[in-house]
Design a protein around this ligand. Structure first.
Ligand code: FNR
Length: 188
């Protein structure tokens, strides 16, 4: 059985390290996981007045999340929190009240930044938001990555064998996490 994973990258930057990390993770994953990178850059700013009149971009994003068995958040840290574009996407998906597309979807968080604590504070904030949205979120391994020269090779691969092994553990555990939740939901 294939498991669809919605990937949400919290940076819109063309050369985003988090975008590169998301691509590297997908290469390490078991072929049972089918990844869709969800576009969030074309979502309007969330406005409750427009909640019942969603744009095509909002509808598309919600459809992609609803169709997924798991969600992978790959995000930088902006000013010690999550980027506004990511929060905007989360807010869109959470409404109208009672119709959240996030509810019950197993999730994992990973991020890379240039700072020494590697997105730890942003991840903590995101974890709080996902808890409220009733998304069971993988606790371990935690993945706080700092980008230094050589982290990514010329073709976007992860440069160090040690880091690659660390990422492999994360992807493998996330795969189990998604399967556990999908199987539980199927047997309900
Ligand atoms: C940053 N950066 C940053 N880094 C960090 O470790 N902690 C932080 O709080 C911040 N704050 C912050 C705010 C804003 C507005 C920007 C643009 C940047 C630096 C950040 O780690 C760096 O720009 C990364 O390259 C961003 O990730 P992407 O775009 O490469 O995926």
């Amino acid at each position: 059985m294939a498991y669809r994973i919605a990937v949400i990258v919290g940076s819109l930057r063309r050369e985003s390290f988090n975008g590169q990390l998301a691509a590297a993770l997908q290469k390490l994953a078991h072929p049972q996981l089918e990844f869709t990178t969800v576009r969030i850059g074309d979502l309007p700013l969330y406005n409750q007045d427009e909640e019942n009149n969603p744009t095509e971009a909002v509808r598309r994003m919600k459809t992609e999340i609803a169709a997924a068995q798991g969600v992978l958040f790959v995000t930088p840290e902006y000013n010690r929190s999550i980027p506004g574009v990511l929060k905007n996407a989360i807010d869109h998906g959470s409404r109208p009240y009672g119709q959240s597309v996030w509810s019950g979807k197993p999730a994992a968080i990973i991020g890379i930044s240039v700072g020494a604590i590697g997105t730890a504070i942003a991840q903590g904030h995101l974890r709080t938001v996902l808890g409220y949205l009733d998304m069971p979120t993988l606790g371990q391994p935690e993945m706080y990555l700092q980008n230094k020269p050589g982290f990514f090779g010329a073709n976007g691969e992860v440069g160090s064998d040690g880091t690659r092994e660390f990422l492999q553990k994360f992807v493998d555990r996330f795969t189990e996490w998604v399967k556990e939740h999908a199987d539980r939901a199927a047997n309900r």
